[in-house]
Design a protein. Structure first.
Length: 275
């Protein structure tokens, strides 16, 4: 794939090719741990991919083959969250802005595929759980570390994980903080498939291409529907927004708009009252 790079980022890389956006956390010296700035940049890149009508699928990954992401950067963790040391992330304010990114991935109306080589641990594992699909290399390792390092994710990191792997397994993952191989993660339903490291991108792109052949609106509605069940009112709100979008695209809704603009009574009689 001939990736075209764009955007001015310090902590991430944004690339596109053939209808696919690839977003890469680029802090390999810290196993791609995130700091506030990393997350602001990721939010910007995911927005760019959402708004780009050429993009149908997004691949989310980490630089190098040692880690997808090792969670929050513990070296810049302050007493009330993760601290920024730059103008974007504002000094002195602790943040947990990974939660905003998790929500953004869930709400994004295009499939997000996590491509994991090496570690997906702590907040990094939660991010891969939030993605629609995960393709793992055979060197991938998964787990939570929160109770070991003085942290926890009681949101998607707990109940979406439980919905993904089952309650007993989710408790085991959090209470014992063990690390699991790619094959173990696949067996517990946390990843879709495991491939040799050297074939990781090839396989992930093949999955993306397969999805690009499908109806974009159908994929959008299925993603919204699956997430609506577990996101409660917020999920329904998104799904309802999609219903409105589809209604706007109908002759019936356009008749209402046109009648208002033309200062006449709308002629809704021509539309069927469907069974
Ligand atoms: C991932 C793991 C097990 C890998 O171990 P190993 O031995 O393969 O590598 P090593 O030497 O530990 O890591 C390589 C370099 O990356 C840094 C390390 O410190 C090391 O650099 P030096 O110190 O040698 O210069 N590094 C790795 N992970 C880092 C991190 N998260 N922050 C800063 N630097 C990191 C092992 O590295 C590990 O256990 N890492 C920590 C994983 C962790 O606890 N993550 C945070 C969980 S809390 C969280 O993410 C979170 C949440 O729970 C809720 C909300 C938001 C965030």
């Amino acid at each position: 794939v001939e990736w075209q790079r764009s955007g001015e980022y310090a902590d991430i890389i944004y690339e596109t090719a053939e209808g696919i956006a690839k977003i890469t956390i680029n802090r390999p010296e810290r196993h791609n741990a995130f700091r506030p700035q990393t997350l602001f940049e990721l939010q910007d890149a995911f927005n760019a991919a959402r708004d780009d009508s050429e993009v149908g699928v997004i691949i989310f990954t980490g630089a190098g083959d040692q880690a997808f992401c090792s969670g929050g950067d513990q070296k810049i963790r302050g007493d009330d969250g993760y601290m920024g040391d730059d103008t974007v992330a504002r000094q002195g304010i602790g943040r947990l802005n990974v939660l905003d990114l998790q929500v953004q991935i869930r709400r994004l109306p295009k499939p997000v595929v996590c491509m994991v080589a090496g570690w997906a641990i702590g907040g990094g594992n939660v991010l891969q759980v939030c993605c629609d699909l995960t393709i793992a290399a055979d060197n991938a390792r998964f787990g939570q570390t929160g109770p070991k390092v003085g942290s926890f994710d009681g949101g998607y990191g707990s109940w979406l994980l439980a919905q993904t792997v089952g309650l007993k397994k989710a408790r085991e993952i959090w209470y014992l903080c063990r690390q699991y191989t790619a094959e173990e993660a696949r067996e517990m339903g946390m990843v879709n498939t495991v491939v040799p490291l050297e074939r990781l991108e090839e396989e992930t792109v093949a999955w993306a291409r397969e999805m690009l052949e499908k109806s974009p609106l159908a994929l959008r509605m299925v993603k919204g529907a699956i997430n609506a069940v577990s996101d409660g009112a917020a999920g329904m709100q998104q799904f309802a927004g999609d219903a409105t979008m589809l209604y706007y695209m109908s002759d019936e809704a356009q008749e209402g708009r046109d009648a208002f603009k033309e200062k006449r009574r709308p002629e809704f009689d021509r539309f069927p009252r469907r069974p």
